[in-house]
Design a protein around this ligand. Structure first.
Ligand code: GDP
Length: 318
């Protein structure tokens, strides 16, 4: 298949035909996916998406990370929030507020339809994997998108200030301004194609997603870590120095006893990780991290422009 390159710098990649499987949450990795999909045929990409934060809200089934990955492939994602559909309207939300009903999540109309359809089909007995397949097909996406599990998940955050709270309350109500003591989630069974998607690919890529709430839930599923040990695994660090590029990854790493840095990421993934990509600003830690895992690549990992995203994708794929 001849890929149509949308960006001039995309042409420069030397294509090596391999199947890749990407592990994703809902912000860092989708940015990398934007780069990958510019230089790589979509049908050779599988994305395994975290489901631990899924929940029912406002009568819809909120699978935020899955929807973000779908909207990213379909070029619909609202890049301001890495949530929802760009240019969406908020007629239902505004009318609900007008009539005295408030919602924690700010759902746009089209995005609400995605979430309502999931809830309706789940109620009819569909598996989440099948619903995602239907929705991504309808959006014209050729990549495979696999929820890590078809089972219900639960995640809660134990904080010093408010005790055990819901993940979305931590994010939205408390704006992450709490001391995190523990992150709790139950283990779930793999969705039907999860293990196969690792076994059949040539390279597994962890985008720079939150190591504790986006990637670790996938790794914790029975059979995943063993399958990863048989593969070439490359991860992009979501940290620069002691800070995450965005969000609460640092607080969560601390709660699990890991350093809030690329070194901490290497420690967390060391049983299977071949290569960690760290930022130029962390070059001084390269040798220290190479004592934990075999290879470290130093490059710009800050994905601001599409060129940044493509360049990082090229380094990972070549
Ligand atoms: P969530 O599901 O919304 O929490 O999103 P993810 O888990 O996919 O991603 C969140 C992580 O992405 C955070 O820990 C950020 O540090 C990281 N991140 C966001 N933007 C960038 C970026 O441009 N570069 C890198 N390296 N990491 C990023």
């Amino acid at each position: 298949m001849i890929k149509k390159y949308k960006n001039p710098i995309a042409k420069k990649i030397k294509r090596v035909k391999i199947m890749i499987t990407v592990f994703s949450g809902g912000t860092g990795t989708p940015k990398l996916i934007q780069g990958i999909k510019e230089i790589y045929p979509e049908e050779e990409i599988t994305v395994v998406v975290n489901t631990v934060e899924n929940l029912y809200m406002s009568r819809g089934y909120i699978a935020a990370d899955i929807d973000t990955v779908m909207y990213t492939f379909a070029d619909m994602i609202d890049e301001e929030f890495w949530y929802g559909i760009k240019g969406d309207t908020f007629i239902v939300r505004e009318q609900l507020i007008e009539m005295g009903t408030t919602e924690l999540l700010r759902l746009g109309d089209k995005d609400r339809a995605t979430k309502l359809q999931k809830a309706i089909l789940l109620e009819e007995g569909w598996a989440l994997s099948d619903i995602v397949e239907l929705q991504k097909d309808k959006l014209g996406i050729k990549a495979r998108i696999i929820p890590m599990s078809d089972e219900e998940s639960e995640i809660s955050i134990v904080t010093k200030e408010h005790g055990e709270i819901e993940f979305h309350d931590f994010l939205i109500k408390y704006q992450c301004n709490c001391e995190v003591l523990e992150v709790k989630y139950a283990n779930v069974s793999p969705s039907p194609k999860l293990i196969e998607s690792i076994e059949k690919c040539d390279k597994v890529i962890f985008g720079p997603s939150n190591p504790i709430t986006s990637i670790r839930p996938i790794i914790s599923i029975d059979g995943v870590e063993d399958a990863l040990k048989e593969k070439e695994v490359i991860a992009v660090s979501p940290f620069v120095g002691k800070s995450a590029f965005s969000g609460p990854a640092g607080q969560f790493m601390n709660a699990f006893g890991y350093e809030t840095s690329s070194k901490g990421v290497a420690e967390l993934y060391k049983s299977f990780l071949n290569t960690l990509v760290i930022d130029n600003q962390d070059e001084e830690f390269k040798e220290e991290i190479e004592e934990i895992i075999p290879n470290v690549i130093v490059t710009n990992t800050f994905m601001k422009t599409i060129e940044d995203k493509i360049n990082l994708a090229k380094i990972i794929l070549e």
